[in-house]
Design a binder for this molecule. Sequence first.
Ligand code: SF4
Length: 438
Amino acid sequence: MNERDSEAVASLLRARGYALVEDEAQADIVLLNTCSVRDLAEQKAMGKAAHLNKRKRRNPRFIVGILGCMAQNRGADLLDRLPDLDLVVGTQKFHRVPDHLDNLVASLRGQGPRPATLIDLDAEAGSQNEIRGHVSTESEPQVSAYISIMQGCNMHCTFCIVPKTRGEERSRPLDDIVREAEELVAHGTREITLLGQIVTSYGRREFPMVGGKTPFVQLLERLHALPQLHRLRFTSPHPGGFKADLIAAHRDLPKLGEYAHLPLQSGSDRILRAMNRPYTRDSYRRLIDQLRAAQPKIWLSTDIIVGFPGETDEDFAATRDLFREIGFEMAYLFKYSTRTGTPAAEMPDQVPAEIAEARHRELMAILEKRSLARHQELVGTTEEVLAQEPARRPAGRLMGRTRGYRKVFFDAPAHRLGELLPLRITRATVAALEGELV
Ligand code: SF4
């Protein structure tokens, strides 16, 4: 989501005559787009901003701004530690950045005193419709692109800072999203990932069901019909949003591939209740069964938090057993991170770090074993791979993804980027595959 927001801001700035530079040392302006979802992300951003503030003291015409979730979460308090900031812009104000920068640049060129820090954090109706510019449609085509379809979340999971930083759910009109996708596809994009804090809630308050289908599934169907689009993905969904229509979409819409991400968070009903997650281990398991019945070759990933306040050995064992039983091929495993201002931060029985660490290691070992085993099953088979981007190392190789969203590295000329290629899988590791063109 942050990458996408940054891209949209960059696109607006380019349209206003600003230029992106390759190297931060050459920049006259540095804007940090920040994340608050875990404490570590905020600490990193604070460290980086402090470093930039020193540069500002040496050169008062250098401009430093903080955008996004940490700006929204901490607001003017940021100035206690970073008094030289020029700009603090919240999550509903990204589109205002060019105007703010124009004003700042004009003030700094004048001879007057340094303008006060500009802080813009208010909610703004319609701001979800403003995240639509793409740097890629102005320059090199991007095989894989993001589209932001909605913002905010009304679920209020007790560990999560997102409802505070991103506000209420607000969805973009379906036709706008389809138009944006058409532009991207015309410019060479072949895979689109739909983004939102809770994409499965897309349009549920704004737009009607049609033919028993939710607005989200209606959107998937419209985009699936774009002829030159090869792959369609979305993140992040909520298990509660996987109703019959979305499960059927995994059977009926081949461009979704054989892949689904379903955040579990915990396998203990007691902890799920404390997290305010409205499902149980049994209803989650049934959902997985339904998805596997609809799409037998499906690859699954999930999110898990270990060490949530009050998580006992029995609670963790329930998570571990369900995690092993379902057999996820991929997972984002987190140690619980206290976020000030969330209900969970006030809960008793916070779990000691070393216990959370040990639980994290245990799940990681299960995951690695399962991923490697599933990857090894692919060795010798031929997979349909979308060639997405040049591999970082070694030069000359490409990176692509299978229909199950697994990474594959292979030798092929760069002009094959954007194509669906048949690759014979030659080698498997825990994290990725290697293949050769058939
Ligand atoms: S559904 Fe996701 S974004 Fe919304 S509150 Fe829960 S964890 Fe946060």
